[in-house]
Structure formats: structure tokens, C-alpha cells
Design a protein around this ligand. Sequence first.
Ligand code: PLP
Length: 408
Amino acid sequence: MNRFVELQNIREQFPAIQQQVYNQSLVYLDNAATTLKPKAVIDRIHHYYSIENSNIHRGVHYLSQQATTAFEQARAYVASYLNAAYPHEVIFTKGATESINLVAHSLGELLMETGDKILITAMEHHSNMVPWQQLCNRKEGELLIAGMNEAGETDLVHYRNLLEQKPKIVALTHVSNSLGTINPVREMIALAHQHQIPVLIDGAQSIVHQPIDVQELDCDFFVFSGHKVYGPMGAGVLYGKTHWLEKMPPYQYGGEMVDQVSYAHTSFNQLPFKFEAGTPNVSAVLGLEAALRFMQQTGIEHIKSYERNLLEEAENELKKIPSMRIIGQAKSKAPVISFLIGNIHPFDLGTLLDKMGIAVRTGHHCAQPVMDAFDIPGTIRASLAMYNNADDIQRFIAAVKKAADMLS
Ligand code: PLP
């Protein structure tokens, strides 16, 4: 297979990657924050607002029926993409954060009693930490944190020991956004299930880099955001096993999620609508479907191995730079590289890289406790996507060397 030709085709699909910033072609390495969008996604949103624009589920007219059918087809597609057992196991939200908040409130209400515990890892994004911390605060409970080693890998012995304390819910990131670590979630889920504890997987950083099969993982919940998997902002997914979703109380109240309403009493709609109060972001959901179709057509296994090669190349070159410190050196890593050089402040280096047309992220990456654990103020983070290529890596490395020389 001619990988170079294939890559050219992929880059042509992404209008934003074609642009110049500061008179230089853009090297976009902030993909863990949000990915650029292929034409297929942009066109799908354009088509919805040009033609199908209508509110869903409650109209008898033609457009409403068209939009409703498209929306429900998107649900069925997402379910098949994840290998969920049923389409009703896919709840549309506005993103991973909202999906986690939904579970923390609703499952938390169902399972947590005063003094109960929740277990997470030390490398969670704030979105998979603060909702559980606040739940523990409301229930006078305790948030248990499975520690990590210096490479940024979860300490599985500690994790096993904490499971003995019988937490009510386990919530784990699949891939750390700040370290790149891929957690062995399949094994971790199986361990939690030995204690009958339900597990939520935060897949915000994993689904864009690898195939996801929720039945194979056997997770009870899986969440992700559309905008990190080449889709639009404003749509995300909560996958949940039917038996949990059926037992869980609604999270938000209003139109769409109800069955019968009187002034005195309300009964609730069936799944998945029970958890989708109000008008959803229809265009974003349709864009998300287009994004996942794009991923599938490109070939997820191919994307995975291609990105892995790029990661290896970038890390090997970075390691040659004097005083380079890569934060997060797990054996199993997604294409996310956090680093520091000597005493240079990440913000200063990031700002110089920007002026050279290289977009990276600097700071704590919404994972302040992770930075505390490594005793650093933050990092520079380069995160890769399918449209990055060897040229991008060379430009990035050259720019890092130049900026480091200027700042040393
Ligand atoms: N979880 C992880 C691991 C993330 O990296 C992010 C975003 O960076 C989130 C959750 C939250 O995603 P969103 O802001 O799209 O809700």
C-alpha cells in the first residue's frame, strides 16, 4: 500500500489543514483538545441546515419526519460502530463531560448511600474527576484514587487493593489526555466486575485512535465527545448497558423525556429518550455520524498503526534534544506527547512554536492533580491525528529545537 498517496488524500479532506498561519503552512498538533473536521462532516451539517432543518420526534410534517429518521439512523450507526447490543443504549449528550455528569448524578443517586466510595485513577481529566468528587461530597463519601508509577502507568496492585474497599462505581480513563497512557481497561473492568462494581470508561481520547467494542470491553458505560473524533462540537455519546439505564432515574427534566404529564404527576419516556430532555443538537449528531463513517472508511486499524509510527518518530527525535523530559512514558501509549525542556516555561515555548506555525497546547491540560503528581506546573503537549505526516513531525522538531535555543 502506498501510504504517502493515501495520506495526501486524507489531508485533502480537511480544509483547515490547508491554511497558512503567520505565512507558514499550519502544523496542527492540538488534536487531543479538538480535531479538525473533514469535508464529509462539514457537508453533512450544511445539508441539515440547508434542507432537513426541523425539530425531531414531535412533528407530523415531512421535514420533521426526515430529520427524525436521520437522527435515529445516526443513533443506530453509533450503536453499531461501538458494537452496542441495542440502539437505545446510545444516549446523545453534548459531550463527554455531560455524559459523565449524567452518570455521576443518575447512577450516583441510584447506588450511593452516605459514606460510600467511588474509585478513579490518578490520571483522570477534570471531567472524570470533579463530578465524582462532588458526588462524594454530597454523600459524605470518599473518592479513592488508584496511583501511578513514574512512567505514568496505573498501579494495578493499588487498584486491586482499592477494589477491596467495595467502591460503588469505578470510573477510568481509557487514554490519559495529559500523559498519553493507555490504561488496560479490559483487565481493570474484569477486576471490578469480580466485585459486581459497574465501570464507566472515559473514551474521550481513545475512540479517535483505536477501534472500540463495548461488548468486548464489557464496560457498563462508555463516553466520548464528537469533536475529538473529527465530528462537530456540541454532540457526544453516553453508551450504557440496558439494565443500568433502565434502573437509573432521569438526569434532566423537560420535553421529550416524558410520557404522561399532569400538574400533579409525570411519567417518563422509554430509553433512550428518558435521558434526552429538550431539543438535541441534531446537526451535530448527524455530523458525528458522518465523522464515525469517515473513520470507518479510512480504516481504524490503519489509522492506529499509522499514528503509532508517527508517535515513535516524534518521540525518538524529541529525546535527542538536550534537557528534554517526556512526561508520560507508558509502554502502551496513544499519540500524545507531553514534555518539558530544562527550566523553560511551557507557555513560553508554546508561544514561540505558535509563531512558527505549530499549534500545540501548553498548561495543565485539565489535569491539575496529574501535574501535581509529577511536581510540574504544566507541560507542552503535542497530540497527533490521522492527517499529520512526517513533514509535520520534522517541522515540529526543528521548531522545538529553535525555540529551546532561543529560550535557553
Ligand atoms: N475526558 C478526557 C480524557 C478528555 O481529554 C476530555 C477533553 O479534553 C474530556 C474528558 C472532556 O471532553 P469535553 O470537553 O469534550 O466534554
